[in-house]
Design a protein. Structure first.
Length: 249
């Protein structure tokens, strides 16, 4: 049997994408809209407190294009907490005016392809912990998409031996590293949790860097030969006054 990579698993992740039912939202009074927005802002403050306490993370972005209007990404130590947050959101007044657009369930993942030999417990390593339990920067832009590694005839990632996969992942990481300081990536595994095998979430203050990075990776064997992709979502941050003004009529 081929050797599976060993994964380190961090916080569970829910990408919750919604469209607004603007027509219904317009029909209620200004006061009702205000009350619903205020209630949602309290919910967002609660999420922010978990970020501040480092007991979780969240990101709130508008999505450009017709696929969704906004994305709320939440990260928590257990899947149960994600479920509770999702249910809590669904019970808010504003949720009645949203239509589910897409969702994705995964867990932040690091593989051992590039890890050196070590006897220490990786879960105690501060560098590893910073990646498994990421502190989300409030970057201007987000890019999210799910992906698979191909299993198709001769192009079967899962039939490659460990050494070959290590060599390919090294090349992948070299491209990634050349975007250090420009793009931050969170890779979360979703085998058994959702329709694809990973979620890719990228953050940047320069939206063009997503296109440059993803295009460059298309020429790298890991993506060129083995990558298969779902829908792409790109968004801009909703922070400060924008959190409320996004819902203003
Ligand atoms: C932004 C930069 C960047 C950097 C530095 C980077 C580095 C690394 C390293 C070092 C490693 C391996 C160890 C680990 O950390 O797990 C990975 C792992 C992975 N990556 Fe990556 N990746 C980046 C970026 C990056 C992008 C943009 C994509 C999407 C690919 C594309 O074509 O659209 C991607 C995908 C992945 C995946 C799906 C995995 C898991 C593969 C598996 O089989 O397990 N990744 N990645």
């Amino acid at each position: 049997m081929n050797e599976a990579a060993i994964t380190l698993d961090g916080w569970y992740v829910l990408h919750d994408l919604r469209s607004m039912d603007w027509a219904s939202w317009k029909l209620i009074s200004k006061e009702e809209r205000q009350a619903a927005t205020d209630e949602f802002l309290v919910y967002l403050e609660k999420l922010q407190k978990a970020d501040d306490d480092k007991t979780g993370g969240h990101a709130f972005y508008t999505i450009i294009g017709q696929k969704a209007d906004f994305m709320l990404m939440t990260l928590r130590p257990t899947m149960d907490e994600l479920q509770e947050l999702e249910a809590e959101f669904n019970k808010l007044a504003i949720a009645d005016f949203t239509v589910p657009a897409y969702s994705y369930v995964s867990v932040v993942e690091l593989s051992n392809y590039l890890a050196g030999e070590s006897t220490e417990d990786p879960y105690q390593n501060p560098h590893v912990r910073a990646r498994l339990y990421p502190e989300l920067q409030r970057s201007q832009y987000i890019c999210f998409y799910p992906m698979d590694k191909k299993r198709d005839g001769d192009d079967n990632w899962y039939m490659l031996d460990m050494d070959k996969r290590k060599a390919l992942m090294r090349d992948h990481s070299m491209i990634g590293r050349s975007y250090a300081g420009k793009v931050k990536q969170i890779i979360s595994g979703s085998v058994g949790f959702d329709d694809y095998e990973w979620a890719v979430t990228l953050f940047s203050d320069d939206v063009l860097q997503f296109k440059k990075l993803i295009y460059e990776m298309r020429f790298d064997e890991v993506s060129a030969r083995y990558g298969e992709f779902g829908s792409f979502f790109v968004g801009t941050i909703l922070d400060g006054d924008k959190k409320a003004s996004f819902f203003n009529m």
